[in-house]
Design a protein around this ligand. Structure first.
Ligand code: ZN
Length: 415
């Protein structure tokens, strides 16, 4: 069919909001909704036939979730899938423009489904499932993706293909458990694709990631019957941390501090020291620049430092190591602080006169709670199975559920 004719049909059917033909069966989709952060301009290639759906209302409603929205099929809605499309939002309208001059445009949310499962290529990365384009202040992209495909994508983004298979399997179970624990984390959608939730850059090319996911398909960790908050990190720097000491919260029996085996890992030592001038430090901490700054470390019962209390003229605040890490963009909360250039370590209450510089040195990467990825790789290298690895980092109270079926209420696509 001529490209321009396809455009005409699409525009007519979307703009007139024509009722969909009756008689078709509802399509059920068991998917997660993941918000994608894509660099503009976005290029799209459909890797197989595509069916288009629209949502006859605008705006991201807080409820129900995006995944159960009443999507309707665009009459005659398909686009030529061999083409490369540029996707933009102009004056509130989604515009898909191909190199051959085809144009699809609408101001309503659009969903592209891939009936044969071929999926899509977005800015060169392959995404399975369905793609949702949502016109807001900017154009927002969502990927409706099956659980196992999503786990494979996250594994490929968060782990190294060179790690032993048992380590990748342990990671896959942790990722799957964390995902199910986190469903609906963002309200209208489940997870974002950044480090805030889990990094997800579509499906990886290396087959070993799929091997690890398939070998553990459906397996999750449970505690008291529910999926656990199976947080993980790159490297703790020798010992993982108790959850309530890194973040505020109830101590969880499966997020206890345990010995780590990450000493030979790439992230055991920070790649550099971090030197902060007085101006940088006082600006970051929000304290007076021309006054003395008092630092008072606080500790847990085992004598491990949890953070510092900072006092300055009329201001004072308590910051945990993890909060300081985030404020100062450090690799991990496992650090030591030295007065520079004297190199005196601050291990007890100290008063810093204006002009003092501080040097931060440390170990590890990430928050240090739950599974250590480099530690898991080391244990797998010693012959540990993925179950033994998970048991070490999450403790004996969690149960590995072997026959979990993803049972979220399916979205109904009716036409
Ligand atoms: Zn997130």
């Amino acid at each position: 069919m001529d490209g321009r004719m396809v455009v005409l049909l699409l525009m007519l059917s979307i703009l007139l909001l024509s009722p969909a033909p009756v008689g078709g069966e509802a399509q059920t989709v068991h998917g997660l909704t993941v918000k994608l952060s894509l660099e503009s301009p976005v290029t799209l290639r459909c890797l197989g036939p595509v069916t288009l759906f629209y949502l006859p209302s605008k705006g991201l409603a807080p409820s129900p979730p995006l995944s159960v929205a009443p999507w309707q099929e665009v009459n005659g809605g398909t686009i030529r899938h061999q083409l490369t499309w540029r996707v933009d939002l102009v004056d509130g309208r989604i515009i898909l423009a191909s190199e051959q001059g085809d144009v699809v445009t609408t101001d309503l949310p659009l969903m592209l489904c891939s009936p044969d499962g071929s999926g899509f290529e977005l800015n060169g990365a392959c995404y399975p499932g369905a793609l949702i384009l949502w016109p807001e202040d900017g154009l927002v992209f969502f990927n409706e993706v099956g659980l196992e495909d999503y786990v494979c994508g996250v594994l490929g983004s968060e782990a190294y293909a060179s790690w032993p298979l048992e380590a990748l399997k342990a990671n896959a179970v942790a990722i799957r458990s964390y995902t199910l624990y986190s469903l609906g984390k963002h309200g209208t959608f489940d997870l974002c694709d950044t480090i805030h939730c889990q990094v997800y850059r579509g499906l990886p090319e290396e087959a070993v990631f799929r091997t690890a996911v398939t070998a553990t398909a459906g397996e999750i960790l449970r505690w008291q019957g529910a999926p656990i908050n199976a947080v993980y990190h790159s490297s703790s720097g020798g010992r993982t941390r108790n959850n309530e000491e890194v973040w505020v919260g109830t101590p969880l029996p499966y997020l206890r501090s345990v010995e780590d085996f990450d000493h030979d890992g790439r992230n055991y030592h920070w790649p550099q020291h971090y030197l902060f001038s007085w101006a940088e430090l006082t600006r970051a901490l929000g304290v007076a620049m021309d006054r003395e700054l008092h630092l008072v470390p606080f500790f847990n019962a085992a004598g491990e430092r949890l953070g510092f209390r900072f006092y300055s003229y009329l201001t004072g605040k308590q910051l945990r190591n993890e909060e300081l890490r985030r404020i100062l963009s450090l690799p991990s909360p496992n650090f030591r602080i030295f007065i520079y250039p004297e190199e005196t370590e601050i291990t007890q209450a100290a008063t810093l006169p204006p002009g003092t510089n501080l040097l931060f040195t440390g170990k590890g990467a990430g928050h240090g709670v739950g599974l250590s990825q480099w530690g898991a790789a080391a244990l797998a290298g010693r012959g540990y199975s993925y179950r033994q690895i998970l048991r070490h980092y999450y403790g004996p109270e969690v149960v590995l559920s072997e026959s979990f079926a993803f049972s979220r209420a399916p979205r109904l696509v009716s036409w």
